[in-house]
Design a protein around this ligand. Structure first.
Ligand code: HEC
Length: 169
């Protein structure tokens, strides 16, 4: 046992020393690819909508519709909201615990709308970095269109889905 450990240590040392040295010992196997490294989503997609997406989209809309110029704090808030949406777009491509989640995420149209949401949210983040109000408004409008397109295809067709916020239940 101790011998095996010593032998392994020697192989590692030689392999690390140089490529030339590595040729003289048994090749070290390539690192095992990481599989199954995505954590399960232990809530329904609906909860991601209510808990992250709606909240963050509200932050983007609020900034886009503000009549006053945005101050540094406003830009920071809308930037953080955009980042939440970029991440949440990936989250909703994972099936959670909702009854329709697995069917939804397997549909290419679902992925398309999630990708549209992610692109729009990324464009919001870019507009924020440039503090470009016109670009912010355009990206926010695209974002709203992505929400609505997906809702009209999937949400409205789903019996039992309504406006009631999970957070309020
Ligand atoms: C890829 C499709 C898709 C996209 C994109 C999407 N939604 Fe949804 N959303 C759904 C579906 C489907 C439901 C219904 C879920 C259910 O009832 O199980 C839903 C539900 C909701 C709900 C209701 C949550 C509740 O408590 O019942 C809100 C609010 C919401 N979405 C907001 C948004 C906003 C805001 C955006 C855009 C920033 C957005 N969604 C983008 C598919 C989408």
């Amino acid at each position: 046992m101790r011998g095996a450990v010593r032998a392994t240590a020697a192989i590692v040392t030689l392999a690390l020393a140089s490529h030339a040295a590595a040729q003289t010992v048994a090749p070290v196997p390539a690192a095992t690819p990481i599989t199954g490294h995505v954590l399960p989503l232990h809530v329904p997609i609906r909860a991601v909508m209510a808990g992250i997406i709606d909240f963050s989209a509200f932050g983007v809309e609020k900034a886009a519709h503000a009549t006053e110029p945005l101050n540094d704090k406003d830009w920071l808030s809308v930037g953080l909201a955009a980042l939440n949406l970029v991440g949440a777009s990936t989250l909703i491509t994972l099936p959670g615990t909702g009854p329709n989640d697995a069917t939804w995420v397997a549909d290419p149209e679902w992925t398309k709308w999630a990708a549209d949401m992610q692109t729009s949210a990324t464009n919001v983040a870019i507009a924020v970095r440039r503090q470009d109000r016109a670009a912010l408004n355009l990206a926010a409008a695209d974002l709203g269109a992505a929400c609505q397109s997906c809702h009209s295809q999937f949400r409205d067709a789903s019996p039992g889905s309504g406006d009631t916020r999970l957070a309020a239940q």
